[in-house]
Design a protein around this ligand. Structure first.
Ligand SMILES: Cc1cc2nc3c(=O)[nH]c(=O)nc-3n(C[C@H](O)[C@H](O)[C@H](O)COP(=O)(O)O)c2cc1C
Length: 288
């Protein structure tokens, strides 16, 4: 090897070494992040377990009427169907009615509510409109709907038209307005939070456009709501129609899907695995 060749080799090795160092340096923060992430995850899981545990305990011991309802209706679970369209005879209402029929057939106790009857305004700044006793100051019937119909129910199906590739404003306002009751500034917020967790959640959407992407944003939003509230997103139906009731002409028969969603709502198998979830290799229980 000539002297020039030796120098070249040396240079190459040095470059390689520096590159390695840089790589190591890069890896380090990632590992840290990963570690932090793990810690956060563990913390989150721990919290979840705690919440679940507390929830269970409270379910077992508390005398609150909501929880009493839960016990009373363990044979007959309560389902709330919320319609977020202003059209009483529209497509969302038609799907909602199919869910209601199916759920009643399946043995649930069903309430169907039009959000327009309960919500007359958007969420405001709680600091300016919360009453001195801690109650929400917005004057409409949301409180009744939320406390008397939603919290005691074991399941809820949101039925909304697709507006601008999102939920209708009525439906979105429903989600936003829950804040007035689970925020710490509401005197019974802890109880509200308990009532908001652990439900089964369903979604029925009516849209004019047929392509699946038109409703994906909403599906994602409801999925996130379910995750956030430790609930189970058990089913989604999409019906296509534009004129009132036109969804009945959708050749995909969404009304039949909606009816089935209602019928199976509390019995439907729900799985949402994590890497370490113990499970058999089969998705369904195996017959003999
Ligand atoms: C303000 C508004 C926005 C809409 N945006 C969409 C849209 O982004 N995508 C779509 O497929 N349909 C859209 N539509 C059509 C409705 O989703 C469709 O007519 C639906 O069947 C209405 O449901 P309803 O009968 O329950 O009100 C829109 C309708 C309105 C009035």
């Amino acid at each position: 090897m000539t002297e020039q060749q030796q120098q070249q080799r040396l240079q190459q090795q040095q470059n390689h070494h520096e590159h390695q160092q840089q790589q190591n340096h890069h890896q380090h923060p990632q590992q840290q992040n990963h570690h932090e992430h793990q810690q956060q995850q563990n913390h989150h899981e721990h919290q979840q377990q705690q919440n679940h545990h507390e929830h269970q305990q409270q379910q077992n011991h508390h005398e609150h009427p909501q929880q009493q309802n839960h016990h009373e209706h363990q044979q007959q679970p309560q389902l709330l169907v919320l319609v977020g369209s202003p059209r009483r005879d529209g497509n969302s209402a038609s799907l909602a009615d199919a869910v209601r029929r199916g759920a009643a057939e399946g043995g649930a106790q069903v309430k169907l509510r039009f959000l327009d009857d309960y919500i007359a305004g958007f969420l405001r700044d709680c600091r300016t409109c919360r009453l001195p006793n801690g109650e929400c100051g917005i004057e409409d019937r949301f409180r009744t709907l939320f406390l008397e119909d939603f919290l005691p129910a074991q399941g809820v199906v949101f039925c909304s038209p697709v507006y601008w590739y999102g939920l209708s404003a009525q439906t979105k306002a429903w989600f936003d307005r829950t804040f007035c009751y689970y925020a710490a500034s509401y005197p019974d917020s802890e109880q509200v939070i308990r009532g908001m967790t652990g439900k089964r959640i369903g979604l029925a959407l009516a849209s004019e456009e047929t392509y699946p992407g038109a409703s994906l944003g909403i599906v994602h939003q409801v999925q996130e709501y379910a995750r956030y509230t430790h609930s189970e997103f058990v089913g989604f139906v999409r019906g296509v129609g534009n004129r009132r009731g036109e969804v009945a002409r959708d050749p995909g028969f969404p009304a039949a899907d909606a009816e089935r969603l209602g019928r199976e709502f509390f019995a439907r198998r729900y799985t949402d695995y994590r890497l370490d979830t113990p499970r058999s290799g089969s998705a369904w229980p195996q017959g003999d």
